[in-house]
Design a protein around this ligand. Structure first.
Ligand code: FES
Ligand SMILES: [Fe+2]
Length: 433
């Protein structure tokens, strides 16, 4: 249980809030590169700020305030130039760094452009990596944008999958240190949605939580498994501060504002040995729906099941009314670390897990329960039986709504048709995803 004040500290992300300022010191994925194939400008809200994200005619990305400083027009209606974005109202133009680079009429009246030189908008740095656009909204200098080793694996099909969720980011991130939910939210719920009498999967017997440089690792052992199981020997990574790393995919929970979160999945599907060599030319990105055609929550795919759980906790989970138990030990540890971090950073310390050394930012390894299989690949028949990689061979179980063109490139990459099943289908109703 937390006091309402402490709950606010964890959940409020606006400018000037302790958590908002803290999280801004990390890079966050905010969009897919392929979104800019057919548009150049889009509005985006991050950390409670209304912004526009654009790609100018020279290919440079910019992230600037949404309201034009002239008379307040919406820069999402702007159009791009060689060097920046031009307001559609009176043509003031802003470079990605925020400076005003053209004020057409003002510069005729005053060739020295005194007003222009004094005009700038708020601007944040944007970089491209792994098919995604990343923003840094903290104080300069920006840390390194982490080069996690999974980004550099070969013979795989990567995709970036987004969704906007109507709930606070922190309850999403608490899910990254919540092993017990796999059994109930994914395995058993999937089975029971299809058959009221379906048997439950083997239950969890014990869990373990350990802190390390880049977050926490949690380990879990289920009744069917030996202590040699990689979920017990290696575990999974609660990636600091707002992500989850599962060996074959990442998940980020990026605050849009206090009551909305951008969910980002980056999934790398290793192709079977028979498909090698496979080289992906471009990483697709797409947004999945939360509701089906009847307006009901989609609860058939892994991420959608999580979304339903998180959104169900309310726009901002009320942690003064919860009843924590042994299954929540990791969550308690994580909250404590955030409070300690906020204090430490207020005292001038560097935030946890930031990579600031360029030379050290190469192929940074995180604990992975499936590194060998991901690096070296498996023959199709073996991969099919793999608890993590097998289900993805049969269908894209990560999130509902995969566009047809992505699905067909995915099928081509893995060398087989996917099931397009209403629910994700797993052997024995059990998956480690
Ligand atoms: S309001 Fe943007 S140029 Fe006038
Ligand atoms: Fe989950």
């Amino acid at each position: 249980m937390l006091s309402p004040e402490k709950n606010q500290t964890l959940t409020q992300v606006g400018s000037g809030t302790p958590m908002g300022e803290y999280l801004r010191r990390y890079w966050h994925p905010i969009a897919g590169v392929t979104e800019f194939d057919d548009k150049a400008v889009r509005p985006i809200r991050l950390f409670g700020e209304d912004l526009v994200l654009f790609k100018d005619l020279s290919g440079k990305y910019g992230l600037i305030q949404r309201r034009c400083p002239h008379r307040g027009a919406d820069l999402a209606f702007g159009y791009v130039e060689k060097e920046g974005l031009r307001c559609a109202y009176h043509g003031w133009e802003f470079a990605s760094g925020g400076q005003c680079v053209h004020q057409p009429y003002e510069e005729i009246v005053d060739p020295e452009a005194r007003l222009r030189k004094k005009t700038a908008v708020k601007a944040y740095e944007v970089r491209e990596k792994a098919g995604m656009l990343w923003a840094y909204m903290g104080p300069a200098p920006a840390p390194e944008l982490p080069d996690w080793d999974l980004f550099n694996y070969s013979n795989g099909f990567a995709q970036a999958v987004f969704a906007e969720l109507p709930c606070n980011w922190f309850q999403c991130q608490e899910n990254s240190i919540d092993p017990i939910h796999f059994e109930w939210t994914h395995n058993n719920w999937t089975a029971r949605q299809q058959d009221d009498n379906a048997e439950y999967v083997p239950t969890h017997l014990k869990t373990l939580y350990e802190e390390f440089e880049y977050g926490f690792v949690y380990k879990r052992l289920r009744a069917s498994e030996s202590e040699q199981n990689p979920m017990w020997t290696v575990g999974r990574v609660t990636l600091w501060p707002n992500a989850f790393y599962l060996g074959h995919h990442f998940e980020w929970r990026v605050p849009i504002d206090d009551e909305n979160t951008l969910s980002v999945l980056w999934v790398f599907s290793r192709v079977p040995k028979e498909q090698e060599p496979y080289v992906q030319d471009r990483i697709p990105s797409w947004y999945g729906p939360l509701h089906d055609e009847n307006g009901n929550w989609i609860t058939s795919h892994v991420a959608n099941q999580d979304f339903a759980a998180w959104v169900g906790q309310g726009p901002i989970a009320d942690r003064s009314k919860e009843t924590l138990g042994a299954s929540d030990r990791g969550i308690v540890m994580m909250r404590k670390r955030f409070f300690d971090e906020l204090d430490a950073v207020a005292g001038g310390a560097q935030p946890k897990g930031l990579i600031t050394d360029k030379a050290a930012n190469k192929n940074v390894r995180l604990p992975s329960a499936c590194r060998e299989e991901m690096l070296n690949g498996l023959p199709r028949a073996e991969q099919d039986k793999h608890p993590l990689l097998g289900p993805y061979l049969r269908d894209f179980i990560g999130q509902a709504g995969q566009p047809e063109e992505v699905r067909s490139s995915y099928e081509k990459a893995i060398g087989q048709k996917t099931q397009r099943a209403k629910f994700f289908v797993v052997h024995g109703a059990e998956t480690d995803d």
